[in-house]
Design a protein around this ligand. Structure first.
Ligand code: DHB
Ligand code: MG
Length: 232
């Protein structure tokens, strides 16, 4: 394991490219606030890393995303990054835990994104069909960016349901698809790894999506993102 070296590189690069940059958004202090309140309230230390958050922001900007859907808010750390993609960006973020949602809303408000972020409490499998119906009835705009970072067992169900309300050319990103390489081990017996395999194999068979997995190392160790585009 080279997590120390990976972490040092994350710190060096993030400090120069974001944390010490006066014009950087989200403000480094609002990001720090989100992390420290999350820790103080006992949330697990499983949010995306600062560099991964910045990567999500840039991906949303490259996609010219305006309506972003996130599944799995936790303390709102990645939500703050996504909301920072532009002044006209709106985020809907689904969170199963009322406690997590309350912490996230406070962190998002502290980052001054409250008016553009809607944290919806409920299980993804319950909330997503409601959103699909709202989009179908024209009461809600289609989404152009999806970030999935929730219970891994439901990865594919979340993407499959969300596809009913994404526009063509939309971008899908899913966190934690490599899990220290467990993905390619045949003896894990881990339902989360099985959930990632179901995702990858389903995307591979689905002509609505064109995807890739990019492996990552850094302060969150060795993992990876799935990225896919909704075929136009
Ligand atoms: C876990 C979940 C995550 O979303 C993550 O980024 C890291 C770990 C987990 O459930 O263990
Ligand atoms: Mg994650």
């Amino acid at each position: 394991e080279r997590t120390d070296r990976w972490t040092a590189v994350d710190h060096y690069t993030f400090n120069h490219l974001h944390a010490n940059k006066p014009s950087a958004t989200p403000s480094p202090s609002s990001l720090q606030h989100a992390l420290s309140t999350s820790q103080a309230r006992g949330l697990p230390d499983i949010a995306v890393s600062p560099s991964q958050g910045k990567f999500l922001k840039l991906q949303a900007q490259i996609a010219r995303a305006k309506n972003i859907l996130e599944i799995g808010t936790l303390g709102g750390y990645s939500t703050i990054w996504l909301a920072s993609a532009g002044p006209d960006v709106s985020v809907v973020s689904i969170e199963v835990s009322e406690k997590h949602a309350e912490i996230a809303r406070a962190n998002i408000a502290h980052a001054e994104y409250a008016e553009r972020v809607d944290v919806v409490v409920g299980a993804g499998l319950d909330v997503l069909p409601r959103l699909v119906e709202e989009v179908g009835m024209g009461r809600r705009e289609r989404f152009d960016f999806l970030f999935v970072d929730a219970d891994k067992e439901n990865n594919w169900a979340y993407v499959d349901l969300s596809l009913g309300m994404m526009r063509r050319g939309a971008v899908v990103v899913v966190d934690n698809v490599v899990r220290k390489g467990q993905l390619a081990r045949d003896d894990t017996g881990d339902s989360r790894v099985e959930g990632v395999r179901k995702l990858i194999e389903s995307v591979g068979m689905d002509d609505r999506l064109d995807g890739v997995v990019l492996q990552t190392v850094g302060e969150k160790s060795y993992d990876g993102f799935l990225m896919a585009i909704v075929n136009s």
